[in-house]
Design a protein around this ligand. Sequence first.
Ligand code: DSN
Length: 433
Amino acid sequence: MLNELRRVDKEIYEATKGEVRREQVDIELIASENYTSLAVLEAQGMVMTNKYAEGYPDRRYYGGCEQVDIAERLAIERARRLFGAEHANVQPHCGSSANLAVYLAVLSPGDRIMGMSLDHGGHLSHGHPKNVSAKFFDIARYGVSRETERIDMAEVERIAHESRPKLIVVGASSYPRQIDFAAFAAIARDVGAYLMADIAHIAGPVAAGLHPDPVPHCDFVTTTTHKTLRGPRGGVILCKERYAKAIDSAIFPGLQGGPLMHVIAGKAVAFKEALAPGFKHYQEQILRNAKALAEGLAQRGFRLVTGGTDNHMVIVDLSSRKLSGIDAAHILDRVGVTVNNNQIPYDPLPPTKSSGIRLGAPAMTTRGMKEEDFRDLAGIIAAALDNPQDETLLRQLRNLTLDLADRFPIYPGVLRRLCEQDQRAGAYEVGGE
Ligand code: DSN
């Protein structure tokens, strides 16, 4: 395994091995991360990376596309089936490219987009001033209510009527509640706007029928493939058939060059996995685990944004603990729990510090953890954040997370095989001197 990489580039080999080890020994609670299957890794790690395939299946600008056409056709068909969509474009390199392609397909520079503010849970590509979306388009923003920390549909309606956007974006990177796509669609219809849902975070529950479905209500639905969907890193656009040509042209030649065919092969595999019956059980377990984590933290006195969760993520407000989000993330790093610092709505601190952390259940659920394990995690997190100076306690907590990580292997045997190979290779090298 990885023998050639080891021979050619020791540094990248060691970093890769180090990452295998890090992923195994740490508890991954970043809400947007997951562990893809070995089948996806294999599809993505093979020869389709060699192939140029500008265009679409049967309509390529390069010869020799028979095999990659098979992969892309399968990815498209499976994505359509998974989400019940009329058309799917599986070429976006990432979620931001998918969003930008939708803007490019139906808007002209200067047109108005209405999206959720980043500091209320939206995404950079929904119109953040530093993002290309705000540099080329005019932006109107909505957020969450100060009291409930939930999207206030009356306010969304008011802003839509005042700003008359040409396209409304619904979707969030940091919002622990369900989204009412039908209500957004009614507002979009009223003001004559296109509606685009960015379901990057909730694609898994949506595909499993555990979250309201955006597809019937939206002109466009974009997602990444690597979060709750558990595929390779990438993006997808779903749309009604009437927009298919505009979307495909926006991705290529509008925005991207050659599609990453090895990643598209990995997406096809991930969609096949998501269409299998076990995927719904996995998504149900994610939701149960996130609730258990939320309850465990709330019982220990942590204030949760919106008071809890009904999706895969939990956002914790640390202001009462006199900790910033970045400090908390560093403390949790020391006990082997990986999270990201995150702004809470109306946060007085800048994004680099922030008053909160965002936690998510998808990755550790993939490793097999259940509610009781997430309750244990809540205890570990609380103990670390309440006693950041207690080195003895932090060491004990690290031992607990190492035990937990050990009980739930990701790629069983992979790290051990790499280490054994190193030992054998070391013995050979010494013997050969
Ligand atoms: N970076 C992603 C997240 O963590 O939610 C959004 O693109």
